[in-house]
Design a protein around this ligand. Structure first.
Ligand SMILES: [Zn+2]
Length: 274
């Protein structure tokens, strides 16, 4: 999503911001439209699952899609397509008009999404960002870090990897996929996995995320994103959503099983994930 939005936003001024309600998951910041209008986006960054638009006003806009949030881009080319501005839809909560003709619409039926504005020099201390673990694709996430962080943990490895203080931005689907690639059972106690086995998790997580980012990029260029939408997209998963299907690991006779852990679905292969 960041890669899709960057060409539309970076270096451009927000001409107008329209708020159709005072809150999403939490109240929107005070005078939000006023604080955004006329601001130029210097850089579009990301930390964990938060988009960070650094503004010329010294503030940064933080955006989180929540469970059901979507961002629609219209009026300019997105990938190979240019979309006319759509008719207003129900759940269009926040709309930005951008220099260059783009309109960015934030639509979120369930309103678990969030937006906030904070001083850029205090960004690291923001309540949503402070305490987040390292980025899984960054240099701070490696075998030694992970073994140190998980040592003594009695929670299942799946719960430990979903803990944003251990590693930032990993969600339910990609944890299931990474554990399958690493051959580790999601039920196994985090502190009792041998270092050599944990070592395979780091590249497994990186591969799963890198492939997902590439698939997001290709979905921008093909029909799947032809409606100008950025957000969650369906991707080919090896275990997620495949209960009862044969395990895709070459030579494995297992069948994918679904269990519920901490209220979330876990998909795994009991044969090759130990
Ligand atoms: Zn298997």
């Amino acid at each position: 999503m960041r890669r899709g939005l960057a060409p539309v936003l970076e270096g451009r001024t927000i001409f107008a911001a329209r708020l159709n309600r005072p809150d999403l998951r939490w109240p929107l910041p005070e005078r939000m439209a006023e604080r955004l209008t006329g601001a130029r986006v210097l850089r579009l960054g990301r930390r964990s699952k938060y988009l960070l638009a650094e503004l010329s006003t010294g503030e940064t806009l933080i955006v989180h899609l929540g469970m059901s949030g979507r961002i629609l881009v219209s009026g300019v080319a997105l990938g190979h397509f240019v979309h006319d501005h759509p008719a207003p839809q129900k759940h269009d909560h926040v709309v930005f008009e951008i220099e260059g003709g783009a309109r960015i619409t934030f639509n979120d039926p369930r309103r678990f999404g969030a937006m906030d504005l904070t001083a850029t020099d205090a960004l690291d201390r923001h309540r949503l960002l402070a305490g987040l673990g390292p980025e899984p694709l960054g240099n701070g996430f490696h075998e030694l870090y992970l073994t140190g962080r998980l040592g003594g943990r009695q929670t299942p490895i799946k719960a430990a990897l979903l803990d944003q203080r251990v590693v930032a931005g990993l969600g339910n689907i990609y944890v299931c996929e990474a554990l399958h690639r690493a051959g580790i059972s999601p039920l196994r106690q985090a502190g009792r996995i041998a270092a050599a086995r944990l070592a395979t998790l780091v590249p497994a997580i990186r591969t799963v995320l890198t492939e997902a980012i590439e698939a997001g990029g290709s979905s921008l260029r093909d029909y799947r994103q032809a409606d100008g939408e950025l957000g969650y997209f369906q991707h080919n998963f090896r275990v997620y959503g495949r209960e009862g299907k044969p395990c895709p690991t070459p030579g494995c006779p297992g069948t994918i099983r679904r269990v519920v852990q901490s209220g979330r679905s876990t998909f795994y292969c009991p044969q090759c994930q130990r």
